[in-house]
Design a protein around this ligand. Structure first.
Ligand SMILES: Nc1nc2c(c(=O)[nH]1)N[C@H]1C(S)=C(S)[C@@H](COP(=O)(O)O)O[C@H]1N2
Ligand SMILES: [Mo]
Length: 422
């Protein structure tokens, strides 16, 4: 085994090259002159030795050099990790689809590990025929594939009183977007036979939190799905394996995971505060009762505090995400001067209703300080508000449904901070 290469991290070529990071650009050129760099002029180990065979990685994982791209939690936010949340690393991702292993998790009693053979979904209440479905039963209904974002109503909630967390992973990472495969809820309710008084649906999870939510029947019959796959494979346990409810465009709390029961009723149910209350307090002390739809929102994911500018002046790709529970995103504007001047960003990738949209804005950075902002506009004409406008409407003590415009301050060294300006 004498010719076995040393582990990658100690290989001379990689350590010395500085391939990632410290490059200085010739002004206006996003490349460098050829010659002198041994990572390209010298043969590297990966070029010399054969690698792993096809039986070494039966379920593929990202490159070892991407090990920092992970979900993270904020330890001081909740008293334990069972009823808690972690955040999608938005600053490291591109396109509109969130990889399954990076979708943020929000549980009230940890992850339920359900044996699919023992999985049952019951429909009862105001129906002609109460029914119980196995997973195999669900897979005998016509299937649909739909790409949707899921956003927790508490996303950006920590930012209500001022800039708080330094990174879009933490300020905006309670969102993910995957392609779901499943069956329309409508087909299952038809099978059970809805009674005409059935105006509300109670959705109940099989986890230890026994979470329930009331969903108006109109929405349930419109576009809700009972999903068993995400991005082409079975749901992950974290996301509700084997079956979760999909409630397009509406707050994440209603997307009941580990779905075990649907009860049809004639009015909304009373729910336990700690699992199902995402009520918005208003400035006058009143509360907005039903605020299910997630409003138009966007954030610049790079550059951002966790993705500083390390390449110096010259060509820069600014990118971010926009989404709305009202449908598709029509336009995203970007400002580099804190909202004084706006330019239309370039949307690229599929534009699907109630899904994440990807935008880009390419410009030459002259090395001066910037105040980066993005502002999304959806197909219904709703424009993402400033944080001041939101506070004026709801007062300083609100928490949920914060879709205000985010500002990132870029200093001359390319270091970036979460700030608020007025
Ligand atoms: N059964 C069950 N469903 C649940 C929850 C839960 O704790 N238990 N959390 C809800 C909340 S508050 C959110 S934001 C979403 C999060 O979905 P995710 O973990 O797939 O990101 O699931 C919802 N569905
Ligand atoms: Mo949530």
């Amino acid at each position: 085994m004498a010719d076995r290469p040393p582990p990658l991290s100690s290989r001379r070529g990689f350590i010395k090259s500085g391939l990632i990071g410290a490059a200085t650009l010739a002004s206006g050129l996003a490349a460098r002159a050829a010659g002198g760099e041994e990572v390209i002029t010298e043969i590297q180990d990966w070029n010399r030795y054969p690698g792993d065979g096809v039986d070494a990685r039966p379920y593929g994982k990202p490159s070892q050099f991407e090990a920092h791209v992970v979900r993270r939690n904020v330890p001081w936010l909740t008293s334990d990790t069972i009823s808690s949340v972690n955040f999608t690393p938005l600053h490291e991702l591109d396109g509109i689809i969130t990889p399954n292993g990076l979708c943020f998790e929000r549980h009230h009693a940890g992850i339920a590990e359900i044996d699919p053979a023992a999985y049952r979904l019951m429909i009862n209440g105001l129906v002609e025929r109460p029914l119980v479905f196995t997973l195999a039963d669900l897979k005998r209904f016509p299937r649909e594939n739909r790409v949707y974002f899921l956003e927790c109503a508490a996303n950006s909630g920590m930012e209500w009183r001022g800039a708080q967390l330094n990174g879009c992973q933490f300020t905006h990472g309670m969102v993910h977007c995957v392609m779901y495969t499943g069956v329309r809820l409508r087909h299952l309710l038809d099978e059970a036979g809805l009674k005409s008084e059935g105006k509300w649906l109670l959705a109940e999870g099989a986890d230890a939190s026994a979470m329930t939510r009331s969903i108006p029947m109109e929405k349930a019959l419109d576009d809700c799905m009972v999903a068993f796959a995400m991005n082409g494979e079975a749901l992950r346990p974290e996301q509700g394996y084997p079956v979760r409810l999909v409630v397009p465009g509406w707050e994440g709390n209603m997307w009941v995971k580990w779905l075990r029961r649907l009860e049809v009723g004639d009015q909304p149910w009373q729910h336990r505060e700690e699992t199902s209350k995402y009520t918005d307090l208003l400035a006058n002390g009143k509360a907005r009762r039903f605020t299910w739809l997630m409003d138009v929102k966007s954030v610049i994911t790079s550059p951002s505090p966790q993705a500083p500018i390390t390449h110096g002046k010259g060509p820069l790709v600014l990118t971010g995400l926009a989404w709305s529970g009202n449908g598709i995103i029509k336009r995203v504007d970007v400002s580099v001067d804190g909202g004084r001047n706006w330019k239309t960003a370039r949307l690229d990738g599929p534009s699907l209703p109630m899904a994440l949209h990807r935008f880009y804005h390419e410009f030459d950075w002259d090395g001066s300080e910037l105040f980066l902002q993005s502002r999304a506009i959806d197909e219904k004409g709703f424009v993402q508000p400033t944080k001041e406008a939101l506070r004026a409407a709801r007062g300083p003590n609100s928490i949920y449904h914060n879709n205000g415009i985010q500002t990132w301050h870029v200093n001359k060294d390319g270091v970036i901070e979460n700030v608020e300006i007025s």
